[in-house]
Design a protein around this ligand. Structure first.
Ligand code: GLN
Length: 503
């Protein structure tokens, strides 16, 4: 029989519902895989000790004839930014070491209700600040394509878990690219939904006007299946949209078989400079566009003159919101407390925050506090919000002319661990193509586009659509995926190096 861990979530779900594989078998296979490779990859911060019990219960319900959802019995990895009642939730920070939440994030309770089996919590940059997982207080995750390289961030744990076949599906969060950039560097699929499309309740907040939870997977269909489970209105999230969403899995299926690319207008941004993009990234991106063109897509040059100011605006808005969100870690309400004998309450707070937060978190709290302080608010935060409006207008006028916008998902392939850790600006610039979608609230998907010539590492292509048009991204993503996988003669991840001898 084929190795269970190599199956897509959709194929595994089919085996589960036909009874050829049980959820206990599927869960055990993934736990074994984690045991074999995660010492090298370090995708997980915590592995569930009762996943097999959860799986056994799904098997029992299935044999009792209960009506189960399409993903029932399929294992799921959960980014540690999402709170869970049965496993610690640290958000990659020392300040929350061992923290147990009294409630589940909405996306987690929906996943449980749909019968998915939580395998564990995945590593991330502290409070989701970073592009490499090197800012995790618990050590970095390694890229399964090359263990010396970054898996992207902040959701490098979720992306690596899926790329290393430790989990068929994972949950991530994307504030400026933390689902899409890890997908790009690991050869996986990642979706940032429309702002408000997926509940943020129980997602430990980084920047509330930018944060979105979304799916991480190896195929577009799998991402759609998970999105269908987690998405939709949630009264516990005040920014949740009340829309009735179509099935994203159906959209992906339609894209994979239909003629979606014929007549599709694909916008390419004139102002995105070729310089700063690694040559192999540009080449893979253009090859993917050419494959789309050969199937009848029309490539249209569009202007988005404010796109390139996204990073600057983001690094004022994000720290401002983060500094406010992180004020709750005050040594009283959550997590760790450093005692200061004879000290005041302020001394205890200061000592706790000093010991509990890492350098990048402190850097952003200082930046954000400064940007919001009296006398500077208009000059910094106010100006950044104006740039945000200009970027939203760029998108609005572009989407009058095109159906989707395409960009490389990031400017470089996976860089070496340690390479950018001392150069925050270089780290920030890695998100130049992902950040504008968060500023504008529009959805984005990253799918594998190929391997870069110079280093043989994965490159992703990103598609962006107007707000609420997530289904369009699944149709187009699945169409492009099927064209490219045909050209390659199989999925890109089949070419990733063998890890742990277990494959
Ligand atoms: N890399 C970006 C940052 O450091 C994005 C983070 C995210 O999406 N959570 O802020």
């Amino acid at each position: 029989m084929t190795d269970i861990t190599r199956l897509s979530a959709a194929d595994l779900a089919a085996e589960l519902s036909s009874g050829t594989v049980s959820s206990v078998e599927a869960t055990r296979a993934h736990l074994d895989r984690i045991a074999a490779v995660d010492g090298d990859v370090h995708a997980f911060l915590h592995v569930s000790d009762h996943a097999l019990d959860v799986a056994a219960e799904i098997d029992r319900r299935r044999s009792a004839g209960d009506a189960l959802g399409p993903l029932a019995g399929v294992p799921l990895a959960i980014k540690d930014v999402l709170v869970t009642t049965d496993m610690p939730s640290t958000s990659g920070s020392r300040i929350l070491e061992g923290y147990m939440s009294p409630f589940d994030a909405t996306v987690v309770s929906r996943a449980r209700a749909a019968g998915l089996v939580p395998l564990g919590k995945t590593n991330m940059d502290e409070f989701a600040m970073g592009s490499s997982t090197e800012h995790s207080a618990y050590g970095p995750t390694h890229n399964p394509w090359d263990l010396e390289r970054i898996p992207g961030g902040s959701g490098g744990g979720s992306a690596s878990a899926v790329a290393a076949f430790e989990a068929p599906l994972a949950l991530g969060s994307d504030t400026g690219g933390s689902i899409r950039q890890p997908a790009h560097v690991t050869g996986t699929v990642g979706v940032k939904p429309t702002y408000g499309g997926v509940s943020r309740y129980g997602a430990i907040a980084l920047a509330s006007s930018l944060d979105q939870v979304g799916p991480v997977s190896r195929t577009v269909l799998d991402a759609g299946l998970l999105h269908d489970v987690i998405g939709g209105h949630d009264a516990n999230d005040s920014t949740s949209l009340a829309d009735a969403w179509p099935s994203f899995a159906d959209a992906a299926r339609e894209g994979a078989r239909g003629d979606v690319l014929r007549g599709l207008r694909v916008g390419v941004i004139r102002e995105l400079p070729d310089s700063g993009f690694q040559p192999g990234v540009s080449t893979a991106f253009r090859a993917a566009l050419a494959a789309m063109e050969a199937r009848g897509a029309e490539i249209v040059e569009i202007s988005a003159p404010h796109f390139e100011y996204g990073v600057a605006a983001y690094y004022l808005i994000l720290p401002a919101e983060a500094s406010s969100n992180l004020a709750k870690f005050d040594s009283v309400r959550f997590g760790m407390r450093v005692n200061v004998p004879g000290g005041t309450v302020e001394d205890v707070m200061a000592a706790t925050r000093d010991a509990g937060f890492g350098d990048e978190v402190k850097r952003r709290i200082i930046l954000g506090t400064y940007a919001l302080s009296a006398g500077y608010y208009d000059a910094y935060y106010g100006s950044a919000q104006k740039v945000r409006t200009l970027i939203q207008r760029d998108f609005a006028s572009a989407f009058e002319r095109v159906d989707v916008i395409a960009t490389p998902s990031a400017p470089t392939t996976a860089f070496k661990l340690g390479e950018k850790i001392d150069d925050p600006l270089q780290m920030y610039l890695n998100d130049v193509t992902t950040i504008p979608a968060n500023l504008a609230g529009v959805p984005g998907i990253s799918i594998p586009a190929g391997l870069a010539d110079e280093d043989g590492l994965p490159v992703g292509i990103q598609f962006l659509a107007p707000a609420r048009e997530d289904a369009r991204l699944y149709r187009v993503g699945a169409a492009v995926e099927s064209v490219l996988v045909d050209t390659w003669g199989g999925p890109l991840l089949d070419r990733a190096p063998v890890l742990g001898g277990a494959r």
